[in-house]
Design a protein around this ligand. Structure first.
Ligand SMILES: NC(=O)c1ccc[n+]([C@@H]2O[C@H](COP(=O)([O-])OP(=O)(O)OC[C@H]3O[C@@H](n4cnc5c(N)ncnc54)[C@H](OP(=O)(O)O)[C@@H]3O)[C@@H](O)[C@H]2O)c1
Length: 289
């Protein structure tokens, strides 16, 4: 028998007794979050649309952790599916202490090429899907018993060319995070968001230029590397722990300094650049005196 996986950062029983629901928990960042929470003693449920993602991940995580991780198929865009997911999680575990809204995605596209269907799908997944889960878990457990919600977003502060739909959705999630943190504070619910920068995870492989594109992205990061899924998972675990007890309504950025510096979408200069004209006020001489 192999030794159950342990956290590289936190003590093994940090989240013992907690039940955590992680959307998109079968791949990439979500799987790393599920692994970290499970290694800290939480009972973990992972959920996403494809059984081909969820079933092997639930089996693999269960083997790694030495105890069961539940995998459920659900589409966060579909409220009936969300109700079934939350109902099944409550039936199995009787509580949901932590909701991690990690499930999401988009496609890279210049804004003028995004179709109405494409826009609606990205908003439905990333904004409405996050709300669907949050509201359902609130109704089923947290509004009466408290809990913590962590929303995974993306860098939105300086925009993200090629991702207009997703930036709009994620900015909506971050606004919702601030709002719910205030409205639900009296219910004992803490709501935060984590905005990852460029993370070396399964999500990057979905883009046409894939890992070649990702390699170039490193030059736009002051730390000159991509982040790891574990570096997001550790912050989720901290927010779920007593260490996160006085943090709510925040978007915490994990990006190696990317949000502060650099360009990866060059914009061509006009040729030649226009001359600078500083207009004189009517009461000034032509020379500005
Ligand atoms: N990697 C990065 O650099 C990066 C940066 C910033 C933000 N993020 C965000 O972090 C999250 C995780 O990203 P990742 O890199 O791990 O990529 P990923 O592997 O593509 O993860 C997305 C997950 O969401 C699930 N999902 C998508 N639509 C869903 C739906 N309608 N209902 C339920 N589950 C759904 C997917 O599973 P199914 O296909 O089985 O549904 C998948 O497990 C995403 O929201 C992503 O946009 C990633």
């Amino acid at each position: 028998m192999t030794t159950p996986r342990s956290s590289a950062v936190f003590r093994a029983d940090l989240l013992a007794g907690q039940v955590a629901l992680v959307t998109g928990g079968g791949t990439g960042i979500g799987a790393a979050i599920a692994r970290e929470l499970g290694s800290l003693g939480a009972q973990v449920v992972i959920a996403s649309r494809k059984a081909s993602n969820i079933e092997p991940a639930a089996a693999g995580l269960s083997a790694e952790l030495g105890r069961p991780v539940t995998g459920l198929v659900a589409d966060i865009r579909d409220r009936e599916s969300v109700a079934a997911l939350v109902g099944e999680t409550m039936a199995r575990h009787g509580r949901i202490d932590l909701l991690v809204n990690n499930g999401g995605g988009q496609f890279l596209a210049p804004a003028e090429t995004i179709s109405p269907k494409g826009w609606d799908a990205v908003i439905a997944t990333n904004l409405t899907g996050t709300w669907n889960l949050t509201r359902a878990v609130g109704d089923a457990w947290m509004l009466a018993n408290g809990g913590r919600v962590v929303n995974i977003t993306m860098l939105t502060g300086r925009g993200f060319p090629g991702m207009t739909h997703s930036v709009a959705a994620r900015a909506g999630v971050e606004a919702m995070t601030r709002n719910l943190a205030v409205e639900w504070a009296p219910r004992g619910i803490l709501v935060n968001a984590i905005a990852p920068g460029y993370i070396a995870s399964s999500g990057l492989k979905r883009y046409p230029a894939g890992l070649a594109w990702a390699k170039q992205l490193q030059s736009a990061v002051p730390l000159k590397r991509l982040g790891t899924s574990e570096e997001i998972a550790w912050l989720v675990a901290f927010l779920a722990s007593p260490g996160g007890g006085y943090i709510t309504g925040q978007t915490l950025t994990v990006c190696g300094g990317r949000s502060l510096w650099g360009d990866h979408w060059p914009l061509p200069d006009p040729e030649p650049l226009p001359d600078i004209d500083v207009p004189a006020e009517p009461w000034e001489d032509d020379d500005g005196a």
